[in-house]
Design a protein around this ligand. Structure first.
Ligand code: TYD
Length: 208
């Protein structure tokens, strides 16, 4: 079976972590071995992004977009932890966030075209086989974020920004579908089991 590159996206609080774990479990029943990864990465290029997201390191929007691109290229190409190296070994890769987040979040500030040029035209940034978007209204998202006591509030977590970003994501998906990308928009307001089933229905045909 050809390994696939699967990306999960969603505004903050959409439940990506839970659903990625459930998808890995469900795919293992088909005999598909999955490696779970995330952006920003846990490599130095990703750690510096976390500093910027927390507000501890002041950077401009343009610098931020560049930092995400640098981290993404390393994420693709790193010999040990990289996306390419896993796919080459026959392992399916599931990433928590990818360039869709840049197109939505940084695109909202810098304009879509500029961020698209940095990401979509970069030969070291692979196109995923499917993007699963966990869709949640900003109200529901903030409600869930509020219940997570262990995470510091990051600069992007407020209502207007979440609403604007959700609209940006939809705009991004419309444009990328025109380029032939496979995008599954999943209603993430149900129970974890219901959501997992909807995701599996969209992802499992890739392995047939
Ligand atoms: P993270 O703590 O991973 O949040 P979550 O669990 O919701 O994914 O923080 C990642 C943050 O970085 C999130 O607010 C979105 C933002 N981000 C961008 O702005 N651009 C990007 O390209 C990526 C990958 C993430």
């Amino acid at each position: 079976m050809t390994p696939k590159f699967i990306v999960f996206e969603g505004i903050d609080g959409a439940g990506k972590t839970t659903q990625i774990k459930l998808l890995k479990e469900n795919l293992s029943r088909l005999g598909v071995n999955c490696y779970i990864t995330a952006e920003p990465t846990d490599m130095p290029s990703g750690k510096i992004i976390r500093e910027a997201l927390s507000g501890r390191l002041p950077v401009s929007c343009a610098e931020m977009a560049d930092m995400f691109v640098r981290d993404r290229v390393i994420h693709n190409k790193d010999a040990e932890k990289g996306i390419d190296s896993h796919l080459d070994c026959g392992v399916t890769v599931i990433s928590d966030r990818y360039y869709y987040s840049s197109l939505a979040y940084q695109g909202a500030e810098l304009g879509y075209e500029r961020v698209a040029a940095l990401n979509l035209d970069n030969p070291d940034i692979r196109t995923p086989d499917i993007c699963v978007f966990l869709d949640l209204t900003p109200d529901k998202s903030l409600e869930r974020i509020g219940k997570r006591a262990d995470t510091p509030t990051e600069i992007y977590e407020n209502y207007d920004y979440l609403e604007k970003t959700r609209r940006m994501f939809f705009d991004v998906f419309e444009r990328l579908r025109e380029r032939g990308e496979n995008i599954a928009i999943i209603d993430a307001s149900g129970t974890p089991e219901e959501i997992a089933e909807m995701i599996f229905d969209r992802v499992s045909p890739l392995f047939k």
